[in-house]
Design a protein around this ligand. Structure first.
Ligand code: CP3
Length: 340
């Protein structure tokens, strides 16, 4: 698998490429399966359909890796929090975690056990996916999951969880500990079910100032990485703490690949983290609206990463209104222009 070779710094014939959120609404084939399934969560829970949409971007775009179709929020859901995805609003929990009593109702071990639909999706996908294509599993970083659990939904200000961070840090640590326990068990089960690599999404890392990031987010990510590596040293782990370019000097750990978001200059990431870590990223996702912008973006990133271990990706997820033809053009361009 060229993607796994790249994760392990082995030579590859070209730079492997995939896109965050590559299985999704910009694909008419996805919309068709999604309509059959009903709502988004029903699709996640239907392992045959989830597996089908996991493989779609490999067949349609020729990406070098598939990413499991699911969502980071199935972990708090299966810990015991009722979750709905509301059109136009995103994810909403019936009840948020406000105090120790709320937290005590949640069960990490139950989540690891109840996520069988994800493990079934992985097993079926690994059976049907071409042998040279990697299957990437994923989870949300505890901090990013906690923001949804504490706010009850997405947030622009993070006011409720930051109020807890500064006025009751012990409670936030207790929440993060419990979520981390679920994440560790969940990651290991994904690996036992057949994923070839695992990515940890910390989408809301940038909400935290430096000291808070290392105390409330990074520490827990590293705990998960260490636990995975202790049992599965051969499985590449990718971390994606989004928007923390100012803190790169202090980043280190037992992971293999660092996901660079689009706001971090790729040259800066290379100077600070390469070649110790393989870099993944980081074309601005909205460049996909224009072929000229794609040409410039691909050439810029390939040039900046020439001679260093690299996996091509967008610097965050693809948007729902990107023309499929542009996505295809992007993938082919990376694979052709990086050929050595
Ligand atoms: O293709 C892939 O990348 C795999 C599937 C995937 C989804 N969510 C499917 C999804 C992955 C890896 C995620 C991760 C995820 N989910 C993150 C971290 C990555 C990131 O983008 O920063 C976060 C923060 C979430 C939480 C979440 N899920 C939100 C905020 C939303 C609503 C916004 C939106 O895009 O609609 C979701 C829903 C969601 N997750 C959809 C998909 C395909 C859209 C559901 C639909 O079909 O309508």
């Amino acid at each position: 698998m060229i993607f796994i070779d790249a994760c392990l710094k082995k030579p590859t014939p070209y730079t492997p490429v995939w896109m965050m959120r590559q299985a999704g609404r910009y694909l008419p084939e996805y919309m068709q399966v999604r309509a059959q399934a009903g709502d988004f969560l029903s699709l996640c829970k239907d392992y045959k359909k989830a597996s089908e949409v996991t493989i779609q971007p490999v067949d349609i775009l020729g990406v070098d890796a598939a990413i499991l179709f699911s969502d980071i929020l199935v972990v708090p859901l299966e810990m015991g929090m009722e979750l709905k995805f509301i059109k136009g609003e995103g994810p909403v929990f019936d009840e948020s975690v406000k105090n120790l009593e709320d937290l005590e109702k949640l069960d990490s071990a139950k989540a690891v056990k109840n996520l069988t639909y994800v493990y079934d999706t992985i097993k079926l996908t690994r059976q049907n996916l071409a042998a040279d294509k990697a299957l990437i599993g994923f989870l949300g970083a505890p901090w990013t999951l906690a923001t949804y659990m504490i706010e009850g939904q997405g947030t622009k200000t993070y006011a409720i969880c930051k109020k807890m961070l500064y006025s009751n840090p012990e409670l936030l640590h207790q929440i993060l500990d419990k979520v981390t326990a679920a994440c560790i068990g969940y990651a290991k089960e994904q690996i036992r079910s057949g994923v070839n690599a695992i990515q940890i999404f910390d989408s809301w890392a940038a909400a935290l100032e430096e000291s808070a990031f290392f105390e409330f987010s990074w520490k827990y990510i590293i705990k998960i990485v260490d636990e995975i590596k202790r049992e599965f040293p051969q499985i590449p782990v990718i971390v994606f703490p989004k928007g923390i370019s100012g803190y790169l000097d202090k980043i280190s750990g037992n992971f293999d690949v660092f996901g660079v978001d689009w706001s971090t200059p790729i040259k800066t990431a290379r100077e600070k983290l390469s070649p110790k870590y393989v870099l993944q990223g980081n074309m601005e996702p909205t460049r996909l609206y224009s072929k000229t912008a794609i040409d410039e973006g691909v050439s810029h990133v390939l040039k900046a990463m020439k001679g260093a271990p690299h996996i091509f990706n967008l610097g965050h997820g693809i948007l729902p209104d990107i023309p499929v033809e542009h996505a295809k053009y992007f993938i082919k361009k990376v694979q052709e222009d990086s050929r050595r």
